[in-house]
Write a new protein. Structure first.
Length: 212
């Protein structure tokens, strides 16, 4: 269960961002829509344990994120939250398999079988040893999705995953995220300004704040 309540955030000398209350069960999905500057990425960072709110709580599976100490939050995020960033942020010196396995590497629990499983699931089975600069934009995005899923998170957060894609590839990416979330029994939250995918996600809310 993911619960967001009384959440507020503001940058210095800017209007506060007020977030609607959210209650999402594991296995459910939510689309958060908003124009540029509405606070979408700020909200995603708060939900992902990367940015502390000024007020309110984010509770995941009974744990209040911002009541945890910094090291506890880091460990909790690594075990329970997978984030697909708008830009893949892949490490160019590493291979595809090494990039996907990074979360396991930092937890000293690297599993080659698990890495291979997600490469297969995402159609990257022939790219294990490929370098990042050789990938297409779509392939790089799929690598970032595999990396977000590798630890079997309870919540998957995706920031503008379809923003630079044509209609067909946007549909494929949303179906991919939904399908993998379903297999994991994870909650899926997508934040975007892309109204093309509104009818592809069961629940949606819209942010109306004028500040990000």
């Amino acid at each position: 269960m993911i619960i967001v309540k009384d959440l507020q955030f503001s940058y210095e000398n800017q209007p506060k961002i007020e977030i609607p209350e959210i209650e999402l069960k594991l296995g459910e999905e939510l689309l958060i829509l908003g124009k540029s500057g509405s606070g979408k990425t700020t909200l995603l960072n708060i939900l992902g344990g990367l940015l502390a709110p000024k007020k309110g709580e984010v509770i995941i599976d009974g744990t209040s994120l911002y009541q945890l100490k910094e090291d506890e939050l880091d460990k909790f995020r690594g075990r329970n939250i997978g984030i697909v960033f708008q830009k893949p942020h892949l490490l160019k010196p590493l291979t595809v398999a090494e990039n996907v396995g990074l979360p396991y590497f930092f937890s000293n629990n690297l599993s080659a079988n698990k890495v291979q499983y997600y490469l297969d699931q995402l159609g990257l089975q022939n790219k294990q040893s490929a370098r990042i600069h050789t990938l297409s934009e779509g392939e790089a995005q799929r690598v970032s999705i595999a990396r977000a899923l590798i630890n079997g998170p309870k919540i998957i957060l995706a920031d503008e995953p379809t923003a630079s894609l044509d209609d067909e590839n946007a549909r494929l990416v949303v179906e991919l995220l939904k399908g993998q979330a379903k297999k994991l029994g994870a909650a899926l939250i997508i934040v975007t300004h892309d109204h093309r995918i509104k009818d592809k996600v069961v629940q949606s809310i819209t942010l109306n704040s004028s500040d990000q």
